[in-house]
Design a protein around this ligand. Structure first.
Ligand code: ARG
Length: 471
């Protein structure tokens, strides 16, 4: 059968052009959404009296059959039919005959493809929120299992101040919470229907766009027909959100790679999430963490790819925009794959509490607290800072830690010291002294966990509501 748009042409399309311009190799991923959109469109055509009801029924019947064939893998897609929209329309006509040709009444592939993408990303956004919530849950479970485990906190990757391990994990819970909220916010802009914009200007048929929106569960319709078919902001936003989440995951990956090294030995990742070396039998490599860190690059690349495609494109549809798909599908796969692995990897991670304690005991991360002690006794902070600097230097030169110093040694640096300094320098004391909202004190971390549990419950309710809308 010839091309659906073949009427104006006298020559066959060049074979290479056909291959170069086709998108069916990748946009077949939109098959479900394409049929979903067509069903709503044809229902509306019937309701508005644009098509007789028995044509509508035949077309709907045919679309259901085509969808079943696609699901069974029984429909052979062809490059000659260019993209998913025309492959499905062809299959429909093979199924129901020429009446199938009435489906495209009052519609263009431009508003059709945009609608498919909105339907597709709406589902993916809800799935990503659900995966992020699962990861938060795994982090929260680990945080609750280690209410009093202390690690050195770092700045510049140098030991800075001791903190609760749970506090460190809760920082990631906060980061993923922002990712969830960003995804929920951008959902509002995915949840808009372009269909009815036609090729660019609207349509001469008396269609009902709001009815189609309702059928497909869209909250709003695009205000402007040109914008409806030209807008890919919602995909850029998704790719941008995905980039931020991958960046967060990549930072956590780096911590896991460091923490699971022999040098740190703070955690051990489960065997199921590591791989061995083909030559060095002793090795257990944190491959998943490394690969998620590595794949972050391609997600950034996809974001920049699309921004660059859209830059300087005149309104309305341009074929360039077909380039919006592969990067989007790849991002969905990469992001969802990473999140799926991360939750169980965090949940099964073993925490080496003793080793963490050993690290905390063998550093100067309690130095700030001596300064705060002297400040409490009336010494200006800058002067205290200078005194502690000298004490630390003395310790390094004499191979001692702060808690090894005698009260006489302390006294040599300032008369303000008294034996209470030994209590002040205990890691538990150092941690619990940071008793401000959002700080590392055990009671503050417990409250943060409580707040995160509440947020997680709200996220779960959101997921339930929006997953149902996308059924
Ligand atoms: N395959 C096309 C795309 O993904 C569908 C829209 C084609 N529209 C057109 N006017 N050629 O962008």
């Amino acid at each position: 059968m010839s091309k659906l748009w073949g009427g104006r042409f006298t020559k066959k399309t060049d074979q290479l052009v056909e291959e170069y311009t086709a998108s069916i190799m990748f946009d077949k991923e939109l098959a479900e959404e394409d049929v979903q959109g067509s069903l709503a469109h044809v229902t509306m055509l019937g309701k508005c009296g644009i098509l007789p009801e028995d044509d509508v029924e035949k077309i709907k019947d045919g679309l259901h059959k085509v969808l079943q064939m696609i699901r069974r893998g029984a429909l052979e897609f062809t490059i000659g039919d260019e993209d998913i929209h025309m492959n499905i329309e062809k299959a429909l006509m093979d199924e129901v005959g020429p009446v199938g040709g009435k489906l495209h009444t009052g519609r263009s592939r431009n508003d059709q493809v945009a609608t498919d993408m909105h339907l597709y990303l709406r589902k993916r956004a809800v799935e990503v929120v659900a995966l992020l919530a699962k990861l938060q849950e795994a982090l929260l479970t680990q945080a609750k299992a280690h209410p009093d485990t202390i690690i050195p906190g770092y700045t510049h990757l140098q030991r800075a101040q001791p903190i609760l391990f749970a506090h460190h994990l809760m920082a990631y819970v906060s980061m993923f919470q922002r990712d969830i909220e960003r995804m929920q916010d951008s959902y509002k802009r995915i949840d808009v229907l372009p269909l009815g914009a036609g090729a660019l200007a609207g349509t001469t048929f008396a269609i009902d766009r709001h009815f189609v929106a309702q059928e497909l569960g869209f909250t709003r319709v695009y205000e402007n027909s040109l914008d409806a078919v030209s807008d890919r902001d919602f995909i850029v936003e998704f790719l941008s959100n995905a980039s931020l989440t991958m960046m967060h995951l990549s930072r956590l990956c780096e911590e896991f790679v460091l923490w699971s090294s022999t040098e740190f030995a703070f955690v051990e990742l489960d065997d199921a999430f590591c791989t061995g070396s083909s030559i060095m039998p002793q090795k257990k490599n944190p491959d998943v963490a490394e690969l998620v860190r590595g794949k972050t690059g391609r997600v950034y690349g996809n974001l920049f790819g699309l921004l660059t495609v859209l830059k300087a494109l005149p309104l309305a549809y341009n074929k360039d925009m077909q380039e919006d798909k592969e990067g989007m599908f790849d991002t969905v796969r990469t992001l969802q794959g990473a999140l799926q692995l991360f939750a169980p990897m965090v949940a099964t991670m073993k925490v080496n509490k003793e080793r963490m304690r050993q690290a905390v005991n063998q550093d100067f991360s309690n130095a700030t607290d001596i300064a705060d002690f002297l400040v409490g006794k009336g010494m200006p902070f800058r002067q205290a800072h200078e005194v502690i600097g000298k004490i630390v230097l003395y310790c390094i030169q004499n191979k001692k830690y702060l808690l090894d110093l005698t009260i006489e040694e302390f006294g040599g640096f300032s008369k303000l010291f008294d034996p209470r300094i030994y209590e002040v320098l205990q890691p538990e004391h150092v941690v619990n002294a940071r008793n401000v909202y959002g700080g590392t004190a055990a009671n503050q971390v417990a409250e943060a966990i409580g707040r995160a549990d509440k947020q997680l419950a709200e996220t779960t309710a959101w997921i339930d509501q929006y997953a149902a809308k996308n059924k």
